[in-house]
Design a protein around this ligand. Structure first.
Ligand SMILES: *Cc1c(COP(=O)(O)O)cnc(C)c1O
Length: 393
C-alpha cells in the first residue's frame, strides 16, 4: 500500500478508537434487537444497551438521561434545536441570535428560518474569535426566543465563554443552544453550571462512529418545548422518530466515556504537539495564529501565512499531511472561510491558511515531520514568488 500522508484533520473527523469498535461489535450480530420491541428479550437487550449509553452521555454533561435525544449527528441535532424551537415558540417571538463564525449546520437552518419570516442577528466576533458579551446582551430583545453559540469552533478551535453566555440568557429568559460537536469529550461541559437548554453532540469527532449524535433538551427550569422535525414511530419522546441505531449509540457512549476519562492526560499530549508545531512554524516571518492564543482546543492550530498562494501550499503539502485549508469546508464551496473573514482577514490571507487538527493518535515525531515539510514548502513558495517578481525564471 502507498504510504499515506499524516492525518491532521481531526476537526473533520477522527479515526475510531479500537475500544469503541470492540464495544460496538456485539450489537451488530448478537444483540441486534430493536430497542422499541417491548415483547421479547431481543428488544430488552437493545433497550438496556441504549439506556446505559443514555446514562453515560447524561452524566458527561450533567443532565438526566431522559433529556438526551439521539439523532444522526450534530447537523440533525442543530436542525432539531433551531427549527424545533422556532416552530414551538414563534407566537412568543421570531428573533434568534447566533454568531457569524458558527458551523453551516447552524447558519443554514437560521437562513432557512429567515426565508420564513424570522429575524436572525449574526453577531460578529472580536479579532481573537470570541464574541463580545456586552454586544450579545444588547442584541437580546423582548421577542428573542433563542441564542445559539457554539462551544468550540471547528476551524479556529476558539472556546466561547458558555457559562457567561448562559447567565445572560437565563437573566433575559431566552433559551440557550450550543453546538458542542467539537467540545464533548474534549473540554468540560455542564448544562447546569452553564445554563444550557439545548446542546448538539456528535460521536465522530471524538473517535466514535459516524452517523450518531444527540440533542440535549432541558426538561425542567425551564422545560423546553420543541417541534419534532422527523415524525414516525414516536421514538425519543416523539422528538425524533426512527429505530435507534444500537451499535452506534453504544459506540458514541464509549467514545465519550473514554474522552472524559482521559481528558487531562490527552489535553497534555495535544498541548505538547500543538505547542511544538506552533513553535516551529512561528520561527518563520509572517505566520499568524488564528483565534485566541489559549482559549482554544488543545488539538487545534490554525495559521495564516503571508506571501504564499493557498492552493499551491496545499498542493505542496498533500503528500505529507492531510490538513484542511482556509477555504470553506462545505462540499460545494471554494469561497474563503467565513470564519477567517469574520476575524477580519483579507480573502487572500484567508485562503493562505492551514487548519491542523491534532488528535489522540498523533505523535511528536509526526508533528516534527509536518513542521519541517511545511516550513520547507512555505520557504520555497516564497522564494518562487520573489524570483517571479524579479523576473527570474
Ligand atoms: C462536525 C460538526 C458538525 C456536523 O456534525 P455531524 O455529526 O457530522 O453532522 C456540526 N457542528 C460542528 C461545530 C462540527 O464540528
Amino acid at each position: 500500500m502507498l504510504v499515506r500522508p499524516i492525518y491532521l484533520d481531526c476537526h473533520a473527523t477522527t479515526p475510531m478508537d479500537q475500544r469503541v469498535l470492540d464495544a460496538m461489535l456485539p450489537y451488530f450480530t448478537q444483540y441486534f434487537g430493536n430497542a422499541s420491541s417491548i415483547t421479547h428479550q431481543y428488544g430488552w437487550e437493545a433497550e438496556a444497551a441504549t439506556k446505559k449509553a443514555r446514562e453515560i452521555l447524561a452524566e458527561a454533561i450533567h443532565s438526566s438521561p431522559e433529556e438526551i435525544i439521539f439523532t444522526s449527528g450534530a447537523t440533525e441535532a442543530n436542525n432539531l434545536a433551531i427549527k424545533g424551537v422556532a416552530e414551538a415558540y414563534f407566537s412568543k417571538g421570531r428573533h434568534i441570535i447566533t454568531v457569524q463564525t458558527e458551523h453551516r449546520a447552524v447558519l443554514d437552518p437560521c437562513q432557512y428560518l429567515e426565508s420564513l419570516g424570522f429575524e436572525i442577528s449574526y453577531l460578529p466576533v472580536q479579532a481573537d474569535g470570541l464574541i463580545d458579551l456586552n454586544l450579545l446582551e444588547k442584541t437580546i430583545r423582548p421577542d428573542t426566543i433563542l441564542v445559539s453559540v457554539m462551544a468550540a469552533n471547528n476551524e479556529i478551535g476558539v472556546i466561547q465563554p458558555l457559562a457567561e453566555i448562559g447567565a445572560i440568557c437565563r437573566r433575559h429568559e431566552v433559551l440557550f443552544h450550543s453546538d458542542a460537536a467539537q467540545a464533548i469529550g474534549k473540554i468540560p461541559l455542564d448544562v447546569e453550571q452553564m445554563n444550557l437548554d439545548l446542546v448538539s453532540l456528535t460521536a465522530h469527532k471524538i473517535y466514535g462512529p459516524k452517523g450518531i449524535g444527540a440533542l440535549y433538551v432541558r426538561r425542567r427550569h425551564p422545560r423546553v418545548r420543541l417541534a419534532a422535525q422527523i415524525q414516525g414511530g414516536g421514538q425519543e419522546r416523539g422528538l425524533r422518530s426512527g429505530t435507534l441505531v444500537t451499535p452506534n449509540i453504544v459506540g458514541f457512549a464509549k467514545a465519550v466515556e473514554i474522552g472524559i476519562e482521559q481528558m487531562l492526560e490527552e489535553t497534555q499530549h495535544l498541548l505538547l504537539l500543538q505547542t511544538t508545531l506552533w513553535n516551529k512554524l512561528s520561527q518563520l516571518e509572517g505566520v499568524h495564529l488564528n483565534g485566541h492564543p489559549n482559549q482554544r482546543l488543545p488539538g487545534n492550530l490554525n495559521v495564516s501565512i503571508e506571501g504564499v498562494n493557498g492552493s499551491a501550499l496545499l498542493l505542496g503539502l498533500q503528500s505529507v499531511v492531510a490538513v484542511s485549508s482556509g477555504s470553506a469546508c462545505s462540499t460545494t464551496s471554494t469561497a474563503p472561510s467565513h470564519v477567517l473573514t469574520a476575524l477580519g482577514h483579507s480573502e487572500a490571507l484567508a485562503y493562505a491558511s492551514l487548519r491542523f487538527g491534532i488528535g489522540r493518535f498523533n505523535t511528536l515525531d509526526e508533528i516534527e515531520q509536518v513542521a519541517e515539510s511545511a516550513i520547507a514548502t512555505i520557504q520555497s513558495l516564497r522564494q518562487a514568488n520573489v524570483s517571479a517578481s524579479l523576473g527570474i525564471t
